[in-house]
Design a protein around this ligand. Structure first.
Ligand code: NAP
Length: 407
């Protein structure tokens, strides 16, 4: 079978990998301009096809619609029939249904705010209504908008269907959660980064916070069933979700200066086939100065401001191994930056084994005093902690074991 994804710009798509784990049909990216659309749909290049931005409505005249696709006015799956015609389905509906179920949120009878009024919003609203929620669409230009959110203090669920916070413009949120004391959970259709600013705010309040990766995998599973005519177990959604979320998230090493972050990080990156990035090296290169020169010229405050800018650029990317400077934990704002798309690993090493050459702060202060201040910060930032008292290879092995154990 020949399957694939139709869209205008597809370079960052995870669909080929997801479908590769679902079934053994070929899966290609069909990047088409609006002028090429009619010929592509009427031609013979595919047996089954997913459809994404901006063609979910544009393909409708070319196919016979399933009930759900007709109701939502959008198609994300096309299946070639035996007579050569196309049938259009909407499997995003199943994808979001599955995401709500997985979140554990009980939405019946509760107010759900859906941010954004585009294509995904229509699907999300239909699912929430079917689950019995009282749905309110918040649109920049609608009756319910971002200036009258106080009318909805009783909202229990917020679903983000806007692109606000999505890579590369991470760290911004469509609204503040402070206005919603009854909130139980936030679902964000964005999956890159894994934790948008909106989801991080929800996590800090201890609320349910789920990104859109589950929905992406679930809709793909449903499409694969339609392409092949075979039923696929729902368990597969969790398996593929686990593989992808581990692969997409960065592994970020924190710890005292000289604890081995660069050495361990380089070995780990090689072992995992990932790119290694040393934040201090990027910082020095961007500045055109060595780290001691930056400290001498701009002081610690100047260095830290530069460090935060560099971390913002690096940590919003995916699948990297990142070594950070030892003091990055001293700025609270770096916490969200590091964790938006990554797992943070505290690399621990005995103080008398830490080198101080070329490290301005280690030379100017007692390492014991520095550690006393930073230890609680490393603890607060870290998801995992690893000892690096022996050979770096041992630390890498420990780390790989812990990362695998968590999957
Ligand atoms: P869309 O049709 O362009 O709709 C997005 C809506 O967001 C717009 O209609 C707009 O609504 C609002 N919006 C756009 N820019 C905004 C801004 N700067 N500030 C506030 N609101 C803004 O896109 P879509 O197809 O619905 O997709 C929306 C998001 O969902 C995308 O991030 C997409 O990647 C994601 N998605 C994920 C999955 C998944 O499987 N996880 C599936 C589908 C979509 P108003 O004009 O009413 O404010």
């Amino acid at each position: 079978m020949r399957c694939g994804l139709l869209g205008e710009k597809l370079s960052h798509s995870y669909s080929p990998q997801i479908h590769g784990m679902l079934w053994n049909y070929s899966y290609d990216l069909f990047e088409k301009s609006p002028e090429e659309l009619a010929d592509f749909l009427q031609g013979d290049d595919f047996d089954g096809c997913n459809v994404t931005i901006p063609y979910k409505k544009a393909v409708i005249p070319y196919c016979q619609l399933s009930e759900t696709a007709k109701r939502l006015g959008a198609v994300n799956t096309l299946v070639r029939q035996s007579d050569g015609s196309l049938k259009g389905y909407n499997t995003d509906y199943f994808g979001f249904q599955s995401m709500v179920e997985r979140s554990g949120l009980q939405v019946a009878g509760k107010k759900a705010l859906v941010l954004g009024s585009g294509g995904a919003s229509v699907t999300v609203c239909a699912v929430l209504q079917e689950f019995g929620a009282k749905v309110v669409v918040v649109s920049r230009t609608g009756e319910n908008n971002y200036s009258n959110l106080h009318l909805h203090k009783d909202a229990a669920i917020i679903v983000n269907t806007t692109p606000v916070g999505m890579y590369p413009n991470t760290g911004i949120s469509p609204l503040s959660l402070d206005e919603f004391p009854k909130l139980e959970g936030v679902l964000d259709l964005i999956y890159n980064p894994a934790r948008t600013a909106l989801l991080q705010a929800a996590e800090k309040r201890g609320l349910v916070a789920e990104n859109g990766l589950w929905m992406l995998v679930a809709q793909a599973k449903k499409s694969a069933e339609l392409f092949t005519g075979n039923q696929i177990s729902d368990d597969v959604i969790g398996e593929i979700h686990g593989v992808l979320s581990t692969q997409m998230q960065n592994i970020i090493l924190i710890g005292m200066p000289g604890c081995g972050k660069t050495t361990v990080g380089s070995i780990l990156a090689e072992r995992l086939g990932r790119k290694f990035v040393d934040a201090d090296a990027v910082l020095a290169e961007n500045a055109g100065m060595t780290i001691p020169e930056i400290f001498a010229k701009e002081g610690e405050a100047g260095f830290r401001a530069r460090e935060t800018c560099v971390l913002k650029e690096i940590c919003k990317q995916s699948s990297l191994v990142i070594a950070t400077g030892g003091g990055c934990v001293t700025r609270q704002e770096n916490y969200d930056i590091l964790r938006q798309n990554g797992k943070t690993v505290w690399l621990r090493r005995e103080l008398d084994c830490l080198p101080t050459d070329g490290r301005p702060l280690s030379q100017a202060n007692s390492l014991t005093d520095m550690y006393r201040i930073r230890k609680p910060l490393y603890e607060a930032f870290a998801d995992i902690s690893i000892n690096n008292h022996g050979a770096p290879e041992d630390a890498v092995q420990q780390l790989l074991k812990q990362l695998q154990g968590e999957d």
